[in-house]
Design a protein around this ligand. Structure first.
Ligand code: FA5
Length: 348
């Protein structure tokens, strides 16, 4: 049996000593990795020894190979032990640094606020409920019939272009106004009737005073001898309730297929420092006889008024918001200003 030469013995022993010394000096996992590469890596000292086996006489190779493998296993074992120690120390250090000081005061949970649009809708609903109106919630996905045809928009009539509509598959559309609620309500209720229809509407629109999704509140009254004077009084009552007794409202002649006569409703938007401008709040008018007829209501016997207000526009005036898009940017700095705002319990 071949005996290991003294020179080789010394070489193995010195690598062993060197490896153990470097392992015990490694102070963190990175240093440990360097030691591993230095001795056990592909080009490390122990791997080099194994590679040099080929140059030994064949009868010496098994013995030397066994010795080198033993050295490899010993260094690897020691390296793993050192790694476990270092990992434990690193964990202890992290836990010590992360100690929770339970004597510190806690942080308040953020309390949400009602959106200004919800606040205005509730306020309007509360007012009209007190005046004996019904509050009716209606669908947002609609047919051409309820959004246009029953409202006296003839097919291909240019008035349909007044509202840039989102069309869906299957002949459906996203309602472009809450006036569809007039038809649904009159199909199911006989006059005399008084109703408001708050809800979301959609149009292909976006600028400082226009949104692609916004809210309207529709109002509809059908009775005997209902006139423009009743409409004007109702609009003024709503504006004064929302904006105070000094608020200024203006009616301008306008056109809607479903009302005759028709008016545009403007409010004075006080922008501060004595400045301001008129802002269009909604449309209104006396219900067109064709609309009553579409709902089997006799226009000889009954008359009515209707209005449709833009809720975000009302909120702009109420809260002096210069750009309508701010309501939907979800900037908490804007929204949290409404935290203390009053919510009317119209629906409770
Ligand atoms: C209508 O939608 C009619 N249905 C209103 C109506 C109802 C008239 C009943 C007569 C009888 P108009 O397209 O003008 O009308 O819209 C009404 C209001 O919605 C506008 O005055 C404005 O306040 C608001 N509005 C319209 N488009 C937008 C938009 N893109 N973003 C925000 N508000 C809008």
């Amino acid at each position: 049996m071949a005996i290991l030469s003294g020179e080789l013995q010394n070489q193995l022993e010195s690598i062993r000593q060197e490896a153990l010394a470097e392992l015990s000096a490694a102070s963190d996992l990175r240093a440990l990795e360097e030691v591993r590469i230095h001795f056990l890596g592909r080009k490390g000292k122990i791997k080099d020894l194994l590679k040099s086996l080929g140059s030994l006489p064949p009868d010496e190779r098994p013995l030397v190979g066994a010795q080198v493998n033993r050295l490899h296993d010993e260094v690897e074992l020691e390296l793993n032990n050192t790694r476990i120690n270092l990992e434990e120390k690193a964990l202890e250090a992290r836990l010590a640094g992360e100690k929770i000081d339970i004597s510190l005061p806690g942080r308040d949970a953020d309390i949400g606020a009602f959106h200004p649009v919800s606040l205005i809708i509730d306020e309007i609903a509360s007012l009209f409920l007190r005046m004996g109106y019904d509050v009716y919630d209606d669908r947002e996905i609609e047919t051409d019939y309820y959004n246009f045809e029953a409202l006296n928009f003839p097919a291909d009539h240019p008035a349909r272009d007044m509202q840039d509509t989102f069309f869906l598959d299957g002949g459906l559309l996203l309602r472009s106004h809450t006036s569809n609620g007039q038809i649904h309500y009159m199909e199911n209720h006989k006059p005399p009737l008084k109703v408001i229809v708050p809800g979301r509407v959609y149009r292909r629109d976006s600028d400082p005073t226009h949104l692609p999704m916004f809210h309207q509140v529709e109002g509809l009254v059908v009775g005997k001898g209902v006139s423009m004077a009743n409409l004007k009084w109702t609009l003024e009552t709503m504006m004064k309730a929302l904006f105070g007794p000094d608020s200024t409202l203006r009616l301008r002649p306008s056109f809607f297929p479903f009302t005759e006569p028709s008016a545009e409703v403007d409010m004075w938007f006080d922008t501060g420092n004595g400045q301001g401008r008129w802002l269009e709040m909604g449309g209104a008018g006396l219900v067109h006889p064709n609309v009553l007829l579409a709902c089997q209501i006799d226009p000889e016997e009954w008359s009515g008024f209707a209005f449709g207000m833009g809720v975000e526009r009302l909120a702009m005036i109420r809260y002096r918001v210069p750009d309508i898009r701010m309501f939907y940017e979800n900037d908490v700095r804007v929204l949290e200003q409404f935290r203390g705002a009053r919510r009317y319990s119209a629906f409770s």
